[in-house]
Design a protein around this ligand. Structure first.
Ligand SMILES: CC(C)(COP(=O)(O)OP(=O)(O)OC[C@H]1O[C@@H](n2cnc3c(N)ncnc32)[C@H](O)[C@@H]1OP(=O)(O)O)[C@@H](O)C(=O)NCCC(=O)NCCS
Length: 406
């Protein structure tokens, strides 16, 4: 059978909608089309004898690492019709997408998936964690009960610039947060990206004593109505951004004022200090969640774009990368830290370390330390000192965090 990969044209949008809605158990009718997502990125499909069999989408995004905003291809909407599964079609689309992202100048790629082993085969690796913190607001009190200077108020999506600068100041020095534009704020933050009803979520801003925004919460609430029983209200906080102590405690007080909620689930970083500033840390249930998978599409450009961590030493190590899906990354590389910047150059001979593209992606953003990779068999190391230096060169100032789901 003849197969071909090409961008999805206007005439094929219906077939793509059916393929996605079928695969993700969505609404297959015209009303179920998530048109805002269609316009957020480029879609590719594999055709089998002229019929669409598999597809994926690439969002043109930017991610922050240590202040640098680095282009990133966000892969989503990966699907294959059941009659064509396990023929290698999605694997072929992913390899095609890698070449395309390289051409488009996106040295990084990330995605979210319930099938990590699939994407690992093609060089993506889990490279961030989030923690869900769940508590009943009535069970929690802050250790510092003094009301902070400032006040809270709610905004709608048209007021997104109110919080964009607060977000940028918070996110830019960190690692893994997206550099958002207006469209992303409106379609993926104020609303949940795959909600076909486009329901507006809640955003509460904290303004400091000078009336300047210095923090905010993005959240939404649900209400279950069990027959013959009172409703069960739940709140989900997708983002808590606070630039200083007053905003942090002001926003938590705002949150805890929702005393009807059966529970509040707050998604935060692994180093979120929440449990340290409450009287009842044992009442907060914590669960670690896998975040995005990361891939170095173009290893050389990914390093050229990545600043070193504040405490990274000057120095270099060599590493052999195996990368059959992106052969331009294959071979021995010298990774150097100099003047606060990292650089990768092709090298000869034997290397200090050896690993595959997937494990190296998780080392690149500081999620996996090279010595831990060697200890667990994800890498081989012929030189323990070089591996220890690689730990410090690739370290990041903050743990990588999946700020935006897509
Ligand atoms: C998951 C899905 C996209 C796979 O598509 P596919 O065309 O069958 O995948 P391929 O045949 O190209 O498989 C490529 C490789 O991944 C493996 N693989 C396929 N599906 C997998 C899965 N669900 N989990 C783990 N590995 C998987 C295959 O075994 C193959 O590996 P191999 O070459 O070592 O044998 C398809 O089953 C699907 O559409 N599922 C429903 C929607 C979905 O889950 N999408 C992905 C969301 S991130």
């Amino acid at each position: 059978m003849a197969t071909e990969i090409r961008p999805i044209s206007e005439g094929d949008i219906e077939a793509a909608h059916f393929l996605l809605a079928y695969s993700f158990t969505g609404d297959r009718s015209e009303q179920g089309r998530i048109k805002h997502v269609e316009s957020l990125g480029t879609a590719l499909a594999l055709y089998d004898d002229g019929q669409m069999a598999a597809c994926l989408r690439i969002f043109p995004l930017q991610t922050f690492i240590h202040g640098a905003s680095i282009p990133l291809g966000g892969v989503s909407g990966v699907a294959c019709l059941p009659e064509h599964r396990r023929k290698g079609y999605v694997g072929r689309l992913l390899r095609h997408a890698l070449a395309l992202m390289r051409e488009q100048g996106q040295p990084l790629s990330s995605l979210f998936t319930p099938h990590p082993s699939l994407y690992r085969r093609y060089g993506w690796m889990t490279a961030s964690n989030a923690v869900s913190y769940r508590f009943k607001p009535k069970d929690i009190s802050l250790t510092n009960s003094a009301p902070p200077a400032g006040h809270s108020y709610r905004i709608t999506d048209e007021e997104w610039p109110t919080i964009a600068d607060v977000y940028k100041r918070f996110a830019a020095p960190r690692n893994g947060y997206l550099d958002r534009d207006e469209c992303w704020w409106k379609e993926a933050i104020f609303r949940r990206i795959y909600d076909s009803k486009r329901k507006l979520g809640d955003v509460a801003v904290w303004a400091n004593g000078q009336d300047e925004p210095s923090g905010y919460l993005v959240y939404h609430s649900t209400s279950e109505q069990p027959p013959g029983a009172p409703s069960i209200d739940k709140m989900y906080v997708e983002e808590l951004i606070a630039l200083d102590t007053n905003s942090y405690s002001g926003l938590l007080r705002y949150l805890l004022a929702h005393d009807l909620a059966a529970n509040i689930t707050l998604f935060g970083t692994v180093d979120e200090p929440l449990s340290l500033i409450v009287e009842e840390p044992d009442r907060i249930k914590r669960e670690i969640l896998d975040g995005f998978m990361l891939r170095l599409v173009d290893l050389e450009k990914a390093f050229a774009a990545r600043p070193a961590a504040a405490a990274a030493p000057e120095g270099a190590f060599t590493i052999h990368i195996s990368d059959p899906s992106a052969p331009w990354n294959q071979g021995v590389w010298r990774i150097e830290s100099s003047g606060g910047q990292l650089a990768a150059t092709k090298a000869d001979g034997t290397a200090d370390l050896s690993t595959d593209a997937a494990a190296f992606a998780a080392m690149y953003n500081g999620f996996l330390r090279p010595t831990e990779a060697a200890r667990s068999g994800l890498a081989e190391s012929s030189d323990r000192q070089a591996a220890a230096l690689a730990d410090r060169i690739l370290a990041t100032d903050y743990p990588p965090y999946p700020s935006d789901f897509f």
